[in-house]
Design a protein around this ligand. Structure first.
Ligand SMILES: Nc1ncnc2c1ncn2[C@@H]1O[C@H](COP(=O)(O)OP(=O)(O)OP(=O)(O)O)[C@@H](O)[C@H]1O
Length: 386
């Protein structure tokens, strides 16, 4: 058995079947297995329609079926709901809310309305969330309010009431010259600005004191977090909170299931407040047991350290020069020649670059067992095409 991602044999350790080796003449060979016994940092790249989400789904299916691990799929395109179709007995999905109320052990869960507690976001991140300087009057006030209040409702009330003596106790944020020491002392326009920012945050509908916890996520066989329709800023909030929560939970003690965070369209997340948390998972997540797999059509738009730290790269077809350059720059020396010439040209095939065995193979990705929700809509074949 060929297992990528581990350097020794051992048939009794869990693997995920990725597909079959693909020869130059197009014939398929032996099955290709990926190690899922130990934590990994992976990267799935490819241009639009090359099969990234499908490949991520293949991995998620295998993880969902394996005791001791649990995939948590961040799904910005709503392409992974099909995972719930045929997994387990298919009856355990929690499609209703933030998942926090579900205490069901096991099962595949789709969280269609993800929310997280406001205090999962560190106070210093609040100004960044709205693109304002933490040392500006509004940024400083926002930081202070977030530092002293744990829910969005409490933060809004503090600004609305304008009375918040506790903020005068100080915090660790930089304070601009002339910044008011309390909410009550803040200029009306500063309070108005902060109130508007907080109301915008409220309108996103992603904050809830009883929002998703890592315990809830770790109790399922698999979780799909449906992020479709959620703007980039709140999507970043959700991913940051989830990534940090999983990392900290694993640091505090090994959970029964080790989490695999699978993030589709990851270049969007890396352009949000989630970026530092995802970088930590890429670089340090394996030690406490958190695996992270980022899928992106734009490897050139994600931090180079995330590409270079990946111990497993599944590369589908790529054509944009900066994306090819990013992949080439991170390509290991054992990949003789230029990665560009080795990339497959058909959907559903990939070059798998594996650090553990220091090898690269062309692989025909296996068919999904559950339905795949990706792919572009077509006019032909629709009801209107008659
Ligand atoms: N291994 C495969 N076997 C069969 N069909 C596949 C395979 N990989 C991809 N496809 C099909 O190709 C189409 C595109 O795949 P997918 O949605 O995974 O692309 P993508 O790279 O994620 O695209 P995007 O960047 O637009 O999200 C889909 O219709 C999918 O069903």
């Amino acid at each position: 058995m060929h297992v990528l991602g581990r350097d020794g044999e051992g048939t009794d350790r869990p693997t995920a079947t990725l597909g079959r080796f693909l020869a130059r003449d197009g014939s398929t060979g032996a099955p290709v297995e990926l190690d899922i016994d130990t934590p990994h940092a992976g990267l799935v790249v490819g241009k639009r329609g090359s099969g990234k989400s499908y490949t991520l789904g293949v991995l998620a299916e295998a993880l969902a079926e394996t005791p001791g691990v649990t995939p948590i799929v961040a799904d910005p395109m709503g392409a992974f709901e099909g995972l719930i179709d045929d997994q387990s007995d298919g009856s355990i999905g929690d499609r209703k809310g933030n998942g926090s109320s579900s205490t069901a052990e096991g099962g595949v869960r789709v969280v269609s309305d993800p929310r997280v507690p406001a205090d999962a976001l560190p106070p210093r991140i609040w100004p960044e969330l709205f693109g304002i300087e933490p040392t500006s009057a509004a940024g400083s006030l926002l930081w202070r309010v977030a530092e002293r209040r744990s829910t969005l409702a409490e933060m809004l009330a503090a600004v609305d009431d304008g009375v918040d003596q506790t903020v005068a106790d100080g915090g660790d944020q930089p304070v601009a010259d002339g910044t008011a020491p309390t909410v009550a002392d803040a200029r009306p326009e500063t309070r108005r600005a902060v109130r508007n920012y907080l109301r915008l945050a409220q309108s996103w509908g992603v904050f809830d004191p009883d929002g998703l916890s890592s315990e809830t996520l770790l109790s399922a066989d698999a979780t799909v977090i449906d992020l479709s329709g959620i703007p980039d800023a709140p999507m970043g909030v959700l991913l940051r909170s989830i990534a940090t929560g999983l990392y900290e939970t694993c640091l505090a003690g090994r959970p029964d299931r080790l989490p695999w965070l699978l993030a589709d369209e990851a270049h969007v997340a890396f352009d949000s407040v989630a970026a530092p948390a995802l970088k930590i998972l890429s670089t340090r997540g394996r030690t406490p047991g958190v695996s992270f797999v980022a899928a992106t059509q734009r490897p050139g738009a994600i931090p180079p350290v995330v590409v270079s730290q990946a111990d497993m790269i599944v590369a589908h077809q790529l054509t944009a020069e900066d994306d090819l350059a990013a992949l080439s720059a991170a390509s290991p020396t054992y990949l003789a020649g230029d990665v560009r010439e080795k990339l497959p040209r058909t959907t559903g095939t990939a070059l798998v670059i594996d650090d553990a065995t220091e090898s690269a193979h062309t692989v025909a990705i296996r068919n999904r067992r559950t339905s795949h929700g990706g792919g572009s809509p077509r006019v032909s074949g629709s009801d209107g095409d008659s």
